[in-house]
Design a protein around this ligand. Structure first.
Ligand SMILES: [Zn+2]
Length: 144
C-alpha cells in the first residue's frame, strides 16, 4: 500500500491509500478520488509527503518499534519516485508552478530548477515547493 497526501482544487488536504502509484493515477483519471470536504475530483498529489505503509497482519505484534530507515535507500527511492511521477519542466519550474497556482496549467507534480529569485517569488505567492538533491542524470542536461 502507498499513502499519498492529496489536495483538491480548493486547497483541502486529505490522505489517500492506493495499491500503488499507478492505481492512484487510474482512480484519479476516472475521477474516483473525491475530496472528503467539497467532493471535488480535481485532486493533486502533494509532493512533500509520501509514505509506504505495510498493511499490518493480524498475527504481528502491533507495538514493534519502527525499523530504522536506510537513508541512502530512501533517498534513492525518493529520487526514482520523483523522476517517474513528476514532470520535468527544467528551468521553467517557477513559471510553471505559478501557472499551476493560478489555474492556467493543469495541476500536476512538477520538478525542475529555479533561481533563488524565482524561489523568493514562489514563497511570496505562497506556493509550496521543496528542494531535493537528486543524483545528476548523465543524460542530456549539459547546456550551460
Ligand atoms: Zn476540497
Amino acid at each position: 500500500m502507498i499513502v499519498f497526501d492529496l489536495q483538491c482544487e480548493n486547497g483541502h488536504t486529505f490522505e489517500g491509500w492506493f495499491q500503488d502509484s499507478s492505481a492512484y493515477e487510474e482512480q484519479r483519471q476516472k475521477k474516483l478520488i473525491a475530496c472528503p470536504v467539497c467532493s471535488s475530483t480535481r485532486v493533486v498529489k502533494l509532493p512533500s509527503a509520501f509514505a509506504i505503509k505495510n498493511q499490518p497482519t493480524a498475527a504481528e505484534a502491533p507495538q514493534q518499534p519502527p525499523a530504522a530507515i536506510n537513508l541512502e535507500r530512501f533517498g534513492r527511492h525518493l529520487a526514482e519516485f520523483v523522476e517517474k511521477n513528476f514532470d520535468n519542466v527544467g528551468p521553467d519550474f517557477a513559471k510553471e508552478a505559478l501557472k499551476i497556482h493560478y489555474g492556467v496549467s493543469e495541476p500536476r507534480n512538477i520538478r525542475g530548477v529555479s533561481t533563488p529569485q524565482e524561489e523568493e517569488t514562489l514563497r511570496q505567492e505562497g506556493i509550496q515547493f521543496f528542494k531535493l538533491p537528486l543524483p545528476s542524470s548523465s543524460s542530456s542536461d549539459s547546456d550551460a
